[in-house]
Design a protein. Structure first.
Length: 146
């Protein structure tokens, strides 16, 4: 994925600026729907449109990478928490009784508790819990990136 590129225009007179922004992400163009008094607000609006579109596309594709590769789920969730100004998730992992080592992890994020699938070790259980949160968030699309 290539870095995002922004282009912002002033559509208002010099004494009363009205900014509109375009952002190109991975070859796609997203334009702020309204004009704004501040350049940064226009850029954030365009970025939010891009994020919503990408999340919708990922959801429509049924999140094949998140389902297949859980190794980055904790990192993805931590980065997401920073971008939406939330506290980082907290994990509570326990080993289930039995002869084989099986772990389950409960994750707290944004005031909600999530439990992931069982894993062969604590690290895998935490990744699976993070995946549970990501899949839940992709289903809601209610966060705004700052």
């Amino acid at each position: 994925m290539t870095p995002s590129v922004y282009q912002t225009f002033n559509e208002g007179p010099g004494h009363m600026p009205r900014f509109r922004s375009i952002v190109w992400v991975d070859g796609a163009q997203y334009t702020s729907q309204k004009t704004f008094l501040h350049r940064k607000a226009a850029e954030q609006d365009a970025a939010n449109l891009a994020l919503e579109s990408i999340l919708k596309r990922v959801k429509d594709e049924e999140c094949p990478l998140i389902d297949a590769e859980t190794v980055f789920c904790k990192s993805i969730l931590n980065e997401f928490a920073v971008k939406v100004n939330r506290e980082k998730p907290t994990y509570n992992s326990v080993q289930l009784p039995g002869t084989l080592p099986v772990f389950t992890s409960t994750l707290g994020f944004d005031g909600v508790s999530y439990t992931g699938d069982a894993g062969r070790n604590k690290k895998e259980a935490e990744q699976l819990a993070a995946r549970t949160v990501i899949l839940s968030l992709l289903g809601t699309l209610t966060y705004t990136v700052n």
